[in-house]
Design a protein around this ligand. Sequence first.
Ligand SMILES: NC(=O)c1ccc[n+]([C@@H]2O[C@H](COP(=O)([O-])OP(=O)(O)OC[C@H]3O[C@@H](n4cnc5c(N)ncnc54)[C@H](OP(=O)(O)O)[C@@H]3O)[C@@H](O)[C@H]2O)c1
Length: 310
Amino acid sequence: MILTRFVIIQESLLVVLFAQIFDRKVTMATTMQAVQLDEPGTSDKLYIGTVAMPTLTANEVLIKVFATAINRADLLQRKGLYPPPKGASNILGLEAVGIIEDKGINCSDKLSVGDRVLALLPGGGNAEYVTAHEGQVAVIPSGMSFTTAAAIPEVWLTAYQLLHFVGKLQKGEHVLIHAGGSGVGTAAVQLVRLAGGVPIVTAGSEDKIKKAVSLGAEVGFNYKEGSFVEKVLKQTNSESYKTALVKEFSENALPYFNVGSTHQLKTVIDTVFPLQDIGRAHQYMEDNKNIGKIVIQVRDEKQEPPRSEL
Ligand SMILES: NC(=O)c1ccc[n+]([C@@H]2O[C@H](COP(=O)([O-])OP(=O)(O)OC[C@H]3O[C@@H](n4cnc5c(N)ncnc54)[C@H](OP(=O)(O)O)[C@@H]3O)[C@@H](O)[C@H]2O)c1
């Protein structure tokens, strides 16, 4: 009995030992397979070749890649029209997902060897291994496959950047998204809804519009079927938009008109004209004389019944 246990323990130790040796061998490998291109050209010029393993620097993690993806920028780079940034790998691939295999000496504790991660890259993602700055790496939500995660970094970060860093999207706002059936577009539609906004899309086919609507777009317009401008303006003037606007204003601004509010809002009234002087009121405005509002009095306020009778 004791002997059997000992043998089992010995076997486990051996397995651990082999695993360590195997892992070490992988980490120590000097070459890997990667997408290669000898000179700019058409897509048939791409091939898989053996290249040197990327060198891990102090603030980077080494990722064993399980999936990567392609972007329009890769097509341009393949044609020689979009060189990689200085210092970046000349291997194609702006995103990759996989498992952290090693960490540079200055990396924080935020990520650990063995973490399943996604990475935004300046290049090098279409390979078996890639290095990435630890700040541009995030842990994949648990339960998500590598294939699914590989569709996230470029398009979702781009859509997020445009909506929040550039556009400062606010709740209730309409967002017009061109190429609503694209990778970035389909991500943007969902992120607008997540932020409480209302996405409207344009696209070049009914199928793309249908897809965007199924993801949350309020409506979509095919830009090949005439100008979308009037249609979008009409849509954004819709009753639902105004209803949402009034609701938001009532809740977030109207209370501050009350006397003694913490942040006092005041209406600015230039002149109150009686209804019969409506013509004079128009002329007054046309002459640009008013500072603030011109109000038209229809009834004397003294005629207002006491509140209890309302
Ligand atoms: N970090 C970044 O800055 C970053 C990252 C990713 C992507 N991007 C850029 O974002 C854009 C979308 O990328 P993606 O990966 O989402 O593309 P995608 O999925 O390949 O979709 C692109 C779609 O855009 C539409 N389109 C093409 N040419 C157009 C034109 N001249 N005018 C209007 N629409 C046109 C087409 O759809 P229709 O049939 O509807 O016209 C096409 O299917 C690209 O320009 C890409 O380079 C930038």
